[in-house]
Design a binder for this molecule. Structure first.
Ligand SMILES: *Cc1c(COP(=O)(O)O)cnc(C)c1O
Length: 381
């Protein structure tokens, strides 16, 4: 029993209601799709042109701002568009520290910026706190991931954020994999959070979108100015779909996390499996760290190394019936992928490692499918 209402609503409630005010004119509960490029001048909301703003963007931005406990958000055309916009904050010739074992696209982007002479980039293993402390001296920006994709390492967020701020660097945290349901990096001191909305927030593998959420509005205004000037904006339909998907984030992600926790445990005991990386397992090298900075779960990705190397891993992925061999993650359907098929990921992943993105299906059906495919593809002794 509670005498007073809490100051904060739970994320499950926020996900359903934030930015969800009924349309003032028609009373429509579902948000109207505002498919316009321009607005009649003098309108009370102050909208002018579609590259600058749209009421549906604003609803999704309010929702993500509240979920991440930030001050404001900017939705953009993709997760990578948001990271590129954050990279654009770095002064000419400045230094950036980014994850050596993080998301492929991020590593590719920073490598290109370095090769073009735009900035100096140090790629470090971000779970190595001492390495980050050293690298961040003199840096303008530290890029982190709450849980790295695909290896699922966990940085000590409070420690590395503090080190970056002491060195005068901004901190961006990619929270795509952990979602604001388990970690809110802005409350741990991060300056900016980015999301690939294409993943858990959208949740249905039917759109590509991104968002930046900031603690400081002045910083967000610089990102919005980049969005306006460079023009990589999110389309109305994608925004609307992302908003609809986000309404069920808490129930989807709750189920996905429960499935992942159960499957990680079962896989760990399987004779055809060499190793399982899942932050919720006691065997994970950063399990204690993850437990202290995540709440409500450990995410819904599992990295599994199967016996038999690359060939077996590919055969296993192809032999599953429910699990679709596909890139990306975070959809309601379970997918899996051998990550070392990408040269950039082959630098950090063993050849026989698959990333499993757990969906919302029945956990025993998912397990039966994995176990059958493992049995069918067992290498000859
Ligand atoms: C997919 C992904 C991105 C890139 O997002 P897009 O929407 O595909 O541009 C960035 N970070 C992480 C962790 C991702 O998984």
């Amino acid at each position: 029993m509670r005498d007073h209402p809490r100051s904060h609503r739970a994320a499950a409630t926020t996900a359903v209601h934030a930015g969800g005010q009924p349309d003032p004119v028609t009373g429509s509960l579902a948000p109207p799709l505002v498919a316009t490029s321009t607005y009649r001048q003098g309108n009370p909301a102050g909208f002018e042109y579609g590259r600058e703003g749209n009421p549906v963007w604003e609803r999704l931005e309010v929702l993500l701002t509240e979920l991440e406990e930030g001050s404001g958000a900017a939705v953009m055309a993709s997760g990578m568009a948001t990271i590129a916009a954050v990279a654009d904050l770095v002064p000419e010739g400045g230094r950036v520290v980014a994850p050596a074992n993080g998301y492929t696209g991020t590593r590719v982007l920073f490598r290109r910026l370095q090769q073009a002479g735009r900035m100096h980039v140090d790629l470090v293993y971000i779970e190595d706190t001492e390495a980050v402390r050293t690298a961040v001296q003199g840096a303008a920006l530290l890029c982190l991931e709450t849980v790295t994709n695909p290896m699922l390492s966990v940085p000590d967020l409070p420690a590395v954020i503090e080190a970056a701020h002491a060195a005068g660097a901004l901190v961006m945290v990619d929270n795509t994999v952990a979602t604001p349901l388990t970690v809110r990096p802005l409350t741990l001191g991060a300056d900016l959070v980015v999301h690939s909305v294409s993943k858990y927030v959208g949740g249905h593998s039917d759109l590509v979108a991104g968002a930046v959420i900031a603690r400081d509005i002045a910083l967000l205004d610089r990102i919005r100015a980049t969005r306006h000037a460079s023009g990589g904006i999110l389309g109305q339909l994608e925004t609307w779909l992302a908003l609809r998907g986000a309404r069920t984030l808490a129930v989807r992600f709750g189920r996905q996390q429960a499935n992942a926790a159960e499957l990680a445990q079962r896989l760990e005991g399987h004779p055809e499996v060499i190793s399982v990386s899942y932050p919720g397992l006691a065997s994970h090298p950063h399990h204690q760290r993850a437990a202290s900075q995540m709440s409500g779960g450990f995410g819904a990705l599992i990295a599994v190394e199967v016996r038999g190397g690359a060939e077996r891993a590919e055969a296993f992925a192809a032999a599953t019936q429910l699990w679709q061999p596909a890139t990306s993650l975070g959809g309601v359907e379970s997918t899996l992928e051998r990550r070392a098929r990408y040269p950039v990921d082959a630098e950090v992943c063993p050849p026989g490692m698959l990333r499993l993105s757990c969906g919302i299906e029945d956990v025993d059906d998912l397990w039966d499918d994995l176990a059958t495919a493992l049995a069918e593809t067992r290498p000859a002794e």
